[in-house]
Design a protein around this ligand. Sequence first.
Ligand SMILES: *Cc1c(COP(=O)(O)O)cnc(C)c1O
Length: 423
Amino acid sequence: MSSPVWHPYAHLKTQSTTPKVVGGSGSHFTLESGERLLDATCSWWCMIHGYSHPRLVAAIREQASELCHVMLGGLTHEPADQLARELVRITPSGLNHVFYSDSGSVGMEVAMKMALQYQVLIGHPEKHKMLSLMKAYHGDTTGCMAVCDPEEGMHSLFASLLPQHHFAPAPTAPFNATPEQVACDLAALREVLAQHHHEIAALLMEPLLQAAGGLNMTSPDYLRGARKLCDEFGVLLIFDEVATGFGRTGKLFAANHADVTPDIMVLSKGLTGGYLGHAATLATDRVHSAFIGDTPHHAFMHGPTFMGNPLACRVALESLRVFEEENYLGKIAQLNHLLSRELIDDEQLRSHSKVADVRVLGATAVIEAHSPEALKGVGDFARQRGVWLRPIGRWLYTMPAYITSEAEMTKVTNVMKAWFLEQ
Ligand SMILES: *Cc1c(COP(=O)(O)O)cnc(C)c1O
């Protein structure tokens, strides 16, 4: 009997049957059939500790016996307070205020509302649009769809529903680019700001790694340049670190590569180690202090039912402890080394006729094909070899859990390479 579950991003007519997952441990999950698959994507990049991590499971159990949920309106509790203090401690200095919500998309909606209201409160109600980048992906809710890439993104069907924002070209200079290469990208950004800054509340970007929009990587100099341009034009800078946060680019946050503090920063995916859905939107004193005042417009009118959920905050705290105590940045550096050696250094792969580019940053690697057709069937190919891979468009990528061993990581890169080189 077919299931009433409606699956995401699926063509209902042609979708193949979805295998049922019954459990997981470490970097693998297990199917009903007994098949174990090595998860090369850590479940949309959030299960950074892998499955069934004993400390994370114990933290949820303990918290469940004390307090599963209570509203954050007019009340607080220890896990929410403690996690907020920890997030302020580990994020770039100056981000001193934490607004919780329940998913990355909602965290971004909060960031955009906060930026717009900030401009109203400091006397710039005409600054009511966002500036986003081509190749951006910021979530699937209505506000977020409007700041995703309007051409190559997946939401063009909804164009008539969406507010119109401004877009600058996606950065083209790679991670190790020279300042001269980055100057071109910054000139393009400057051009849009110079023309439209009077109506722009904030520039938002996925720093260093535009993830779902095609794993486009750029240089820390681009972030530094963007920070300067935002200050020059009176525009807030929002970093969407939903994908890049918690080590994915090799440092705890992508912002750390550039020593830049955005005005607003959004965290989700890795925040709870993937064990519960949650998000945090952080703001600087400058943003926060604009909301201190006595008109009705000073209150921030947002409050998801499950914001600050105690189970989510408690498991996020435990996730952070494990991350720091077990030197995850060291593990990520090792994964990076292996990914670079196995993929970047493979001349045969890089010069293959179907391969357009190979890129690695932190614990992220992508083989970009010339067309999506070149990846048709790669999911089944990988599954037959014990690996779970799910490409996005023409991008075959891995974003493994950080506990993935060298042998496991090599198995993933071998399967990725074999798809191109051995058939
Ligand atoms: C996944 C993602 C989002 C959306 O998060 P959800 O929890 O799926 O709503 C937003 N921004 C970026 C950069 C993401 O990768």
